[in-house]
Design a protein around this ligand. Structure first.
Ligand code: IMP
Length: 431
């Protein structure tokens, strides 16, 4: 039987999913991106070279791997084109190994302008989006006016639909947001060379995926963002516009729940968040500086400094439930090296009523403060360790404590950015 793995984030994104997808991908297998768009930034370090992927599935840097961008993803054809070219420059030839769903909504210039215009208008109340047009593109999908990737193959339809949609957007951009009007003919002209480039890659990816499963091949499904950026389960409205929890993989691929056999929740051993919104364990002291400096916590898509905080096990437990997680993968363990003590948030206290909260409502994550459990740190270097028993006892205890709190096993520990900096707690050769 084939074994399919879903890899998703349990926090606010940037958990290090890209490296784990890359590590678990074997040659001759398949990797699927199923939600989000080029707002994601997956950083990989291969032979000491840093490569940042936004739309292309992370496992594709292995030879012979096939990448699929299924219909849950919103696709900027220009961003995808540029990414393929960037990889070619770095010696990775992926064009003939990618399929894109004909039903994926397109992201075009008017989505990006609208995203930026709205954030500007919101001023201090802005969400802190990546400015990639993600929200407006998903809005077009839900309101049934989106242009789809498949429309790129029909130039006449594309031209007519572009004119209609741009008229709709220009009305808002110019009259309400005071932004310059967009020229649909220019968008069309800029798309023409790209259309030819993508022509053969555009397919019915649901059919492809069912065929792969019928042929008993293994697939890795690569989540983008994290559980609490999910449009339905996250800290609304400070969320992205897709389902980054487990449901997104079903609706975003056209597969059913029985097709997924192992769901791995990637968790950074501390927390980070980019953009605005509640962050109960956020730090503003020297520990924040430590996480920023040693963890290199700067957005891989926008370059913004990420906000940092201690591990929040209250939210982590919620992510375990939301996603039916099979196991956890802990990342960036080495960033905790040298800290005197390490905290885990195990409950919240309402700052007004002093009530202790273990199952918070996502509706109101604002009026709470964290209650911490304090663990001893370690003064040795864990970077690059590949065996659990080589970790300092304090680190081993910290990891076991996370297993105890979440009631699921930690199956992988990442001790550095390189593929090789990984501890496997179980045998992954069955996948
Ligand atoms: P959008 O997805 O660009 O609309 O941004 C909505 C929120 O999600 C903002 O707070 C972004 O910073 C955040 N976000 C989107 N993609 C990522 C990601 O890949 N990692 C971390 N945060 C993200």
């Amino acid at each position: 039987m084939n074994k399919n793995i879903v890899i998703l984030g349990t926090q606010w994104g940037d958990e290090g999913k890209g490296k784990i997808v890359d590590v678990l991908t074997k040659s001759n297998s398949y990797v699927v991106r199923y939600q989000g768009g080029h707002n994601a930034g997956h950083t990989l370090v291969i032979n000491k070279e840093k490569i940042i992927l936004h739309l292309i599935p992370s496992g594709l840097l292995h030879n012979n791997v096939i990448g699929i961008i299924s219909h849950g993803v919103v696709v900027s054809p220009i961003a995808l084109f540029n990414e393929v070219k960037m990889l070619e420059k770095n010696g990775f030839f992926v064009k003939n190994r990618i399929f894109i769903s004909n039903s994926s909504p397109l992201i075009l210039k008017y989505h990006i302008d609208m995203d930026i215009a709205r954030e500007k208008k919101l001023g201090r109340k802005a969400l802190g989006t990546t400015g990639r047009g993600i929200g407006p593109a998903y809005e077009d999908k839900i309101s049934r006016r989106a242009l789809l990737v498949g429309d790129l193959k029909n130039r006449d339809k594309l031209y007519i639909k572009l004119e209609e949609i741009v008229e709709y957007y220009n009305h808002q951009l110019v009259s309400f947001y005071n932004f310059p009007a967009i020229d649909y003919k220019k968008i069309f002209k800029n798309l023409l060379p790209i259309i030819d480039f993508f022509h053969d890659m555009i397919q019915d990816t649901t059919h492809i995926l069912h065929t792969i499963i019928k042929n008993k091949k293994n697939i890795i499904f690569e989540g983008a963002q994290g559980s609490f950026l999910d449009i339905d389960n996250g800290s609304y409205p400070y969320v992205t516009s897709s389902n980054s929890t487990i449901g997104g993989v079903i609706t975003g691929t056209g597969l059913g729940p029985k097709n997924f056999h192992y769901i791995l929740g990637v968790t950074k051993v501390y927390s980070t968040r980019v953009g605005y919104g509640p962050f109960p364990t956020e730090l503003f002291d020297h520990i924040d500086k430590h996480f920023s400096n040693y963890g290199q916590e700067f957005g891989s898509t926008t370059g913004r400094k990420r906000r940092t905080g201690w591990l929040d096990a209250v939210l982590l437990n919620r992510a375990v439930h939301l996603n039916s997680l099979s196991a956890l993968c802990l990342t960036k363990l080495d960033v905790l090296d040298g800290l005197k003590e390490i905290k885990i948030c195990i409950a919240y206290k309402n700052i007004h009523t002093l009530e202790i909260i273990k199952y918070p409502t996502m509706y109101d994550l604002e009026n709470i403060e964290p209650i911490y459990e304090v663990h001893p740190g370690w003064n040795t270097n864990t970077k690059g360790i590949t065996k659990f028993h080589f970790l300092p006892k304090e680190a081993q205890n910290y990891i076991h404590r996370i297993e105890e709190i979440t009631k699921i096993p930690v199956d992988i520990i990442s001790t550095g950015p390189d593929r090789l900096h990984t501890i496997f707690m179980k045998n992954f050769s069955i996948f």
